[in-house]
Design a protein around this ligand. Structure first.
Ligand SMILES: [Mn+2]
Length: 354
């Protein structure tokens, strides 16, 4: 098992690579789309549009996803002594019509295939994704973790305000969208769209040597912002795997999201998926409670026995990467870095004790 760390695009600088190594991590997972993750604490002032909702605006940057750009980033990462394990998430603008079953879906899926081929050619083994219309949404923020540390959670209510046209995955992708909201659909329709997507891209992923790793819904509720969710109970991960039996159809195994689910048992689930060798990489974080009442907390204060999880992974021969995922912000000049360093240190010690 290897310790990794997730970096957002704006963080791809030498000092952050050094930080990752200083934490004892060997691998990185890179988000090429820069959105405002609650835990990243990077507030940008250069938003291209006013009155933005969610995480901001994306035009679907074409250049960063080109093979040459990916190789240039990979070289920086390798030169810093690190290994690029995975890219996390597609750009919402690249697959908006795949998610929404819009008229450009055929064109978009070709673009996604091209991206997967480039990733494979560059030697990055995994792309993580979350097939979701609402994306990560509907959470509140507060002093939820130990020592009044700021983190996110749900306070008993589920946001069902519909998603405006021109927005998907919590990001706006059209500058001047038509008035209105995206149409209401059933879970069955969402699975139909997902099955189409997987059928299209999985053969390309296999050929390119890239694993497609699915993140469960965050937060895992049946509906969020009036849209159905795909994987909001642990057994739904099995349905996703069974849809296409392939070594390249794997999981971006998020312990926090799984623990927030109302059914199942996190240890049994981990055993079930690790045993099948279906874990692409692990989001290692802890929570207290379940939807719609939970809080993201420090790695050592939540409901999950993280040591027990590591033992299950080890016993099943898991040899992939674990990254801290989100963490509460620590009160200092570098809240994100401090939270990550704290978690990484804990993980290093826990892994050494296995
Ligand atoms: Mn996660």
């Amino acid at each position: 098992m290897h310790l990794g760390m997730g970096l957002y695009r704006h963080m791809l600088h030498r000092s952050n690579y050094q930080f990752v190594r200083q934490c004892g991590a060997t691998h990185v997972v890179v988000h090429l789309v820069d959105y405002f993750a609650g835990s990243s604490q990077q507030q940008r002032s250069d938003q291209p549009l006013g009155n933005l909702q969610g995480w901001g605006f994306t035009k679907g940057d074409e250049t960063i996803w080109e093979y040459d750009s990916i190789c240039a980033i990979k070289k920086q990462i390798n030169d810093a002594g690190l290994i690029w394990e995975a890219i996390e998430n597609f750009d919402p603008a690249h697959w908006s019509d795949i998610l929404l079953d819009g008229p450009r879906k055929e064109q978009q899926v070709e673009r996604i295939k091209k991206i997967i081929r480039s990733i494979g050619k560059a030697g990055i083994p995994i792309i993580g994704y979350n097939f979701s219309l609402a994306g990560v949404a509907g959470r509140s923020k507060g002093q939820y973790a130990r020592g009044e540390a700021i983190s996110v959670g749900m306070d008993g209510t589920i946001d069902q305000t519909p998603i405006p046209t021109g927005m998907v995955w919590n990001m706006q992708y059209e500058e001047n969208p038509e008035e209105g909201f995206i149409p209401w659909i059933t879970h069955q329709e969402l699975w139909r769209r997902f099955a189409w997507f997987l059928e299209q891209v999985l053969p390309v992923a296999e050929e390119a040597g890239v694993k497609l790793a699915a993140h469960p819904d965050d937060p895992p509720v049946p509906y969020m912002r009036d849209t159905p969710r795909l994987v909001y109970q642990p057994y739904m991960y099995q349905q996703l795997l069974d849809l296409h039996k392939s070594n390249h159809n794997v999981l971006e195994y998020c312990l926090g999201s799984l623990a927030e689910m109302t059914e199942g048992d996190i240890y049994q689930s981990t055993q079930q998926y690790a045993q099948q060798q279906k874990i692409g990489y692990v989001h290692f974080r802890n929570v207290k409670g379940k939807v719609p009442n939970y809080r993201e907390v420090f790695i050592d204060e939540g409901d999950i026995d993280m040591f027990r999880i590591l033992r299950i992974l080890k016993n099943n021969g898991y040899n992939g990467v674990l990254i801290p995922d989100h963490t509460p912000q620590m009160s200092c000049d570098a809240p994100w870095h401090a939270g990550m360093a704290y978690t990484a240190g804990y993980m290093k010690a826990a892994m050494a004790l296995l």
